[in-house]
Design a protein around this ligand. Structure first.
Ligand code: URA
Length: 233
């Protein structure tokens, strides 16, 4: 649908009035100024006027490339949160957590039921990370790493990790896939072998891959197809 048709319907305004709003530069589509009245928009697009969303969508589903330095929370007394990077104030929250210094795929939504489904340990959703470390694992350590090790779960309990998948890229970089999400899990798994993680980035979560065109701090809405894939888990 054309942007001016949509606005005319949604705001109950004439085409001339709508054209004036567009030329004033106060209409945004997906958080970018929209200056062409014949621009095509579809169901996934978020249209806003002066920062207020016009079309009401009950649920928003966002993929962010989380930057380092932001906490995965809705509010925090001392740190910036990932919600501070969004212009929408629609009860959005992150699905699970990444550490403050971790980058990469973070899903953010306001659909509590789906978020609960995705974070439930019962569903064993696989999360894949790109990991840079300061020391190489030996062949024997690689086997032990993957079969399961005892780490602390962050609440002073010892936790035996489920089998994981380790793919070596070169001597200090790996892909690691795990189905759990204990506090600092990847860092603690390497620390078990006295190895420090120097960079960590999540690249996928279940069927959703990080959109590599997103720079740290950037985000986009999930497509209908991506939302369906998550609902089908
Ligand atoms: N494991 C970690 O150690 N940190 C994260 O942010 C995610 C997984």
């Amino acid at each position: 649908m054309r942007l001016d048709h949509f606005l005319s319907k949604a705001l109950q305004k004439s085409r001339t009035e709508v054209s004036n709003l567009i030329s004033k530069g106060i209409i945004e589509v997906n958080n970018k100024k929209a200056l062409r009245k014949n621009m095509q928009i579809n169901d996934n697009d978020i249209v806003s006027i002066d920062g207020n969303i016009i079309e009401y969508k009950a649920f928003l589903y966002i993929m962010m490339n989380k930057p380092s330095g932001y906490v995965s929370a809705t509010t925090d007394e001392k740190d910036k949160t990932i919600i501070d990077l969004l212009p929408y104030k629609r009860s959005l929250f992150p699905v699970g957590r990444l550490d403050k210094d971790t980058e990469g795929l973070l899903l953010i939504m306001n659909d509590g039921k789906l978020a609960h489904h995705l974070t439930s340990p019962r569903h064993h959703i696989q999360k894949k990370y790109y990991v840079v470390v300061d020391k190489e694992l030996t062949n024997e350590e690689e086997m032990t790493f993957q079969s399961g090790i005892d780490i602390c779960d962050g609440k002073q309990n010892i936790f035996h990790t489920k089998p994981s998948v380790l793919e070596k890229i070169n001597k200090n970089t790996y892909y690691v896939s795990i189905t759990e999400g204990k506090y600092h899990q990847i860092k603690r798994m390497f620390l078990y072998f006295d190895i420090h993680v120097t960079y960590l980035k999540r690249i996928s979560m279940g069927p959703i891959m990080l959109d590599e065109s997103l720079q740290p701090g950037e985000y986009r809405f999930l497509s209908e197809q991506e939302i369906d894939l998550l609902k089908d888990i």
